[in-house]
Design a protein around this ligand. Structure first.
Ligand code: PHE
Length: 448
């Protein structure tokens, strides 16, 4: 499977011992076993671990962080960009409402049926190994891809949807691989008329979704039961959807290419690669959905396409983020670069220093009859002039006006950090004092 990259409202990911309080003290072996038995709880559901359980404490901690929901995380920014684009571009007839249903609160523990069998993953496929997948017990695992929700959502009656979320794989760990990453899955099912046009149309299109010949076999171009016309029409729709999404993200000038691929749940299948920084990057996998998967979900009169996009890959390229671990950073030097940005804005990440931050506040009364806004620009300029490269962030953290006394006051937080060395409080204090001094002599602020 390709390493390509949600929202649950209950943030429960704990291992809790089952309460075994018992009035009578059983000292039997059975009772001791009971004591040790734990339940695993995630997203408001409980599971009983067995011998297959292989979630490390580190992965449990990752489950607790919902970085896709953190508005200052670049992955959240990218997610909103994709969703906004899809909602604007694809509307229901009449244009009043978006075509795609967004599913971002699916439970992250899925059954092995959902993660593998429903998707026709062969019994001996590598992805099923406990060395590749995080198992809670024999029947449950952490979803390894958002495709794990395809079957359930189709069965619930959805025809056109995006599934967004964090997925988990026991992978190698390097600059581009991490046990948790994020994906957006897209599925679109079509009726005959939706895909090929109404028969009553002037052109009188006689094509059908399925072949009439019983003995039709699987060929590189199509599955057994599909008509070549329908598959070609769906392929065009799928590729158009993904190419224009890529244009939206990378710009029209970026080179892209389609490469044949294999997935157990699509045929034919492709990957889309984008040329970036001198190399071809695989950004998504897709294909015409296996009809057997649709049938098992109770869909008999439609055919569909599906794709899966890896969010980290794209965000690394788009925002110039050099290492996948940075998405998990709590360093405000990283997060502040994405906070408050609009999904459509161009943001380029500037490498933050590895040295620690030193944080100082500055509070003062404004000179009479000075507006808050005017003061702010002067303060930023002064801090930059004096602090130079040592200032990483400046933020207005408090502002109030005492109407009776006609006094306005502001507080700024300055984060100092050097690229060269760890700064001491003492040396930062010298600079900080200079800033205070300059503000008071140049602008007449009164330090508090
Ligand atoms: N689930 C696949 C992966 O994680 C991507 C994919 C989704 C491929 C949908 C085809 C269709 O690698």
């Amino acid at each position: 499977m390709l390493q390509t990259g949600r929202r649950c409202f209950s943030v429960l990911a704990r291992c809790q011992p089952i309460a075994t309080s018992s009035a009578r003290a059983y000292s039997t072996e059975k009772a001791q076993k009971m004591e040790k038995k734990e339940i695993f709880e995630l997203d408001g559901r409980q599971y009983t671990p067995d011998a297959l359980y292989n979630l490390s404490p580190a992965v449990r901690r990752l489950l607790d962080r919902r970085i896709l929901q953190e508005t200052s995380n670049p992955l959240n920014l990218l997610k909103r960009r994709v969703v906004d684009y899809v909602h604007q571009t694809y509307r229901k007839p009449g244009n009043r409402s978006p075509l795609f249903t967004i599913c971002e609160s699916e439970p992250r523990v899925v059954t092995t049926y959902q993660n593998f069998d429903s998707l026709l993953t062969p019994e001996d496929h590598v992805s099923r190994r406990p060395s590749d997948t995080y198992y809670v017990n024999r029947e449950h695992c952490l979803r390894a891809h958002t495709s794990a929700h395809q079957h359930t959502l189709m069965k619930q009656g959805l025809d056109v949807f995006l599934v967004i979320g964090d997925v988990y794989r026991r992978d190698e760990v390097d600059r581009t691989h991490y046990p948790c990453f994020h994906q957006i899955e897209g599925v679109r099912l079509y009726t005959r008329d939706e895909l090929l046009g109404k028969k009553s149309d002037a052109s009188e299109n006689a094509a059908e979704l399925f072949t009439v010949t019983r003995d039709a076999s699987r060929i590189p171009e199509k599955q057994e039961t599909h008509s070549l016309d329908a598959v070609k029409a769906a392929e065009i729709q799928l590729k158009q959807f993904l190419e224009s999404l890529c244009d939206e993200l990378f710009g029209r000038d970026a080179d892209k290419r389609w490469v044949d691929a294999y997935f157990p749940f699509t045929h034919p299948s492709w990957e889309l690669e984008v040329f970036y920084n001198g190399q071809w990057l695989e950004v998504l996998g897709c294909g015409i959905m296996e009809q057997k998967l649709l049938e098992s979900a109770g869909v008999t009169d439609k055919i569909g396409w599906a794709f899966g996009i890896g969010l980290e890959r794209i965000a690394m390229v788009l925002y110039g983020i050099p290492d996948i671990r940075l998405f998990w950073s709590k360093d405000t030097g990283f997060l502040s670069q994405f906070a408050g940005k609009q999904p459509g804005e161009d943001v380029k990440y500037k490498q933050i220093s590895a040295h620690p931050q030193v944080i100082f506040d500055i509070s003062f009364f404004l000179p009479d009859s000075t507006e808050f806004n005017d003061m702010t620009s002067d303060v930023y300029d002064t801090i930059r002039t004096i602090g130079g490269e040592l200032v990483e962030q400046v933020k207005l953290t408090d502002e109030f006006e005492n109407k009776k006394k006609a006094k306005k006051s502001q507080t700024y937080r300055i984060v100092y950090r050097s690229h060269e060395k760890a700064l001491t409080k003492e040396e930062v204090n010298v600079i900080h004092k200079q800033i205070e001094q300059s503000l008071s002599t140049t602008y007449g602020v009164v330090l508090r």
